[in-house]
Design a protein around this ligand. Structure first.
Ligand code: ADP
Length: 612
């Protein structure tokens, strides 16, 4: 796998900074809007508290200076003790207020974090509902989805909190500057300059950390996958029997070591630079200290003023690096938010047409020179397929693995759109159909049907939204799909929880799952196109015969499409199409194809002989 080279070991490049710096606020507005929509009240509270927490330290420093001067006056001139104690009491109250405001801030933050985290997760999942199958099968896009899910959900709040933090530091600095400017305007400048180099380094390294994070998503995905294989019950059988465990774990460990080496390099550089630049800031700060001390010795300022300026210098420096740290944190949040918004803004396919009926209601399905190539591949999966399936008739698709049978079904149900040619339902191109209306016409069971870890009944009900919780309809569909007899023997009947993820979950056999899936397809009473993609491969022979008998009765007036490798059932179809390498190789009824003595006849004889 080609990976971009890692950042060179050179120190941060200062020239590139201004452009990147502006990027910091690119998603700030969206993040703020998100927080505001989540809770007006909490946002307002946070803003108010930010100002309070920002302004109080300057007030405390000012009172502190008054206390020292009052003490000096009282000691030297024999002044009264009253004003000193009064000032101490006032400072105590202000400090208590500050503590209260900080607590309230933390509380508002916690509440907002929970609400916002949930909101962002819902946004991510809602977007997932609008995506095409194509997106899920596209590894790059899937990466984005995983990254957004794992990393980005906490970022909008973090970004807003940091913006507030920044504002708070700025309020603090301005209030300090107001006091410090009495000493010297240069002192204010000194304070700001002390923090700047540290910030520049931080911003650069955040950028690098993010780039690392992006490049790695494929590796992280592999790690997550290996975890699943090693630690989940559905893989446990094979992992044990084939003794795969150790080998998989070794791979997992190797990935960690590779990632760790990169992380360590970055962390060491980040900390080295951080230390050196921090040292520089300390030097500048102590130069300021010396200046204040000298001024006090010369009598230019009082002792009280000296303590205040020293405090302002120390706290001011902390506020500067706090502000700059917030900016570099914002930068990082912004970078992570870009993955969230890249994902949320990914184009979903336009919903297509609005039609809910075609001009020729009895025409059925028509494929005209349909061709399809999966995105990202060069070999077409289907080439020039033309077919007509009238209501009341059935079609069987036959062909080797990979010949394009399932792809054809995906096109019919508009999970994908043909690359060339078109598909008509009732005389109207399916692209012009309303997707919901189109899909409501189909009852499909795929080879790799879903096994929902829910109740058996719900597993059946899933086939039709309107009947998801309709017990009566579950039973009817289960009868048709031949699942009813075994469901009735389950401890809680239709309410038995399936799957091992949850307590008391029952696991079903492969054939039983298929019956459940088949019943799910029968839930769609109104669907007039039934598609069975190898529905019975795991069922016993008796069950298969029953299912097909029933299937044929059911398909009167409907269209049925069947994919199967069992010729005993394929031969029952009115029309058989043999696919070979994505092309139609043969077509006709069983008798016609046998007479033609081609691929079909050969395969049929081969299988028939095996049963003799
Ligand atoms: P069948 O159902 O006949 O076994 P498919 O329709 O699943 O065959 O596959 C037809 C061809 O398309 C195969 O060559 C397969 O590798 C390819 N293919 C199937 N699904 C995808 C996909 N999601 N992305 C890329 N290629 C695919």
């Amino acid at each position: 796998m080609a990976r971009p080279p890692l950042q060179s070991q050179a120190p941060p490049d200062l020239r590139r900074l201004p452009g990147e710096f502006l990027e910091v606020f690119r998603y700030g507005r969206q993040a703020l809007a998100l927080v505001w929509q989540t809770s007006h009240a909490l946002t307002v509270w946070l803003a108010l508290l930010t100002v309070v927490v920002g302004a109080l330290p300057a007030l405390i420093a000012l009172i502190g200076a008054r206390i020292v001067d009052a003490v000096v006056a009282a000691a030297n001139v024999g002044g009264a003790l009253g004003p000193v104690l009064e000032l101490v009491a006032i400072e105590g109250v202000v400090v208590a207020l500050l503590a209260l405001a900080m607590r309230a801030q933390a509380l508002a933050n916690t509440l907002l974090r929970d609400q916002l985290g949930h909101r962002v997760n819902v946004m991510i999942l809602e977007k997932a509902l609008t995506l095409d199958l194509e997106h899920f099968e596209d590894s790059e896009f899937y990466d984005r989805l995983t990254r957004a899910r794992r990393e980005a959900s906490a970022r909008p709040l973090s970004m807003v909190m940091r913006s507030f933090g920044l504002a708070q530091n700025l309020v603090q600095l301005v209030s300090f500057a107001v006091l410090l400017v009495h000493f010297s305007p240069w002192a204010v400048l000194l304070l700001v300059l002390a923090g700047l180099p540290g910030f520049i380094a931080e911003a650069r390294f955040s950028n690098e950390a993010f780039r690392l994070f992006r490049w790695r998503s494929a590796e992280r995905r592999m790690q997550a996958y290996l975890e699943t294989v090693i630690a989940r019950e559905d893989h446990a059988k094979e992992v044990k029997l084939f003794a795969l465990g150790r080998r998989l774990l070794d791979r997992y460990i190797a990935i960690f070591h590779r990632l760790y080496a990169e992380d360590r390099r970055l962390a060491v550089r980040r900390d080295t630079w951080g230390f050196l630049l921090g040292l520089l800031a300390t030097l500048v700060l102590y130069a300021g200290y010396a200046w204040v001390a000298v001024s006090a010795v010369r009598g230019a300022i009082s002792i009280g003023e000296m303590t205040m300026y020293l405090l302002l210098f120390r706290q001011g420096q902390a506020a500067v690096s706090g502000a700059l740290g917030a900016v570099s944190g914002l930068y990082e949040d912004n970078l992570y938010l870009s993955t969230l918004y890249e994902y949320l803004e990914a184009p979903s396919r336009p919903p297509g047409g609005k039609a809910t009926a075609g001009p020729l209601p009895g025409d059925g399905l028509r494929l005209e020179n349909v061709g399809f190539t999966y995105p990202g591949t060069s070999e077409p999966a289907l080439v020039d397929v033309s077919l007509h399936l009238a209501p009341g008739s059935s079609l069987a698709l036959v062909g080797a693995n990979g010949s394009g049978k399932t792809t054809l079904i995906k096109l019919l149900t508009r999970l994908y759109v043909p690359t060339t040619g078109r598909i008509l339902l009732d005389g109207l191109d399916i692209v012009d159909w309303d997707v919901e209306a189109l899909r409501a016409r189909f009852g499909v069971i795929f080879q790799d049907f879903a096994r929902y870890q829910m109740q058996v009944g719900e597993n059946i009900g899933a086939g039709d939204q309107s009947g998801f919780e309709d017990e009566e309809r579950w039973r009817v569909a289960a009868e048709q799909g031949r699942a009813a007899p075994f469901i009735e023997t389950l401890p809680e009947g239709y309410h038995t929880q399936l799957g091992k993820w949850f307590q008391n979950g029952r696991e079903l056999s492969g054939g039983q799952w298929q019956k459940v899936a088949l019943s799910r397809a029968f839930m769609r009473r109104d669907a007039d196109i039934l598609v069975l993609d190898e529905p019975t491969s795991a069922m016993d022979a008796q069950a298969e015969v029953e299912v097909f008998d029933h299937f044929r009765r059911l398909t009167q007036g409907r269209m049925a499409i069947l994919i199967s490798h069992r010729f005993s059932t394929v031969r029952l179809a009115d029309q058989i199409v043999v696919l070979d390498g994505g092309r139609v190789a043969e077509r006709g009824s069983h008798e016609e194809l046998m007479r033609a003595d081609g691929i079909y006849a050969h395969l049929f004889t081969l299988q028939a002989r095996a049963y003799q």
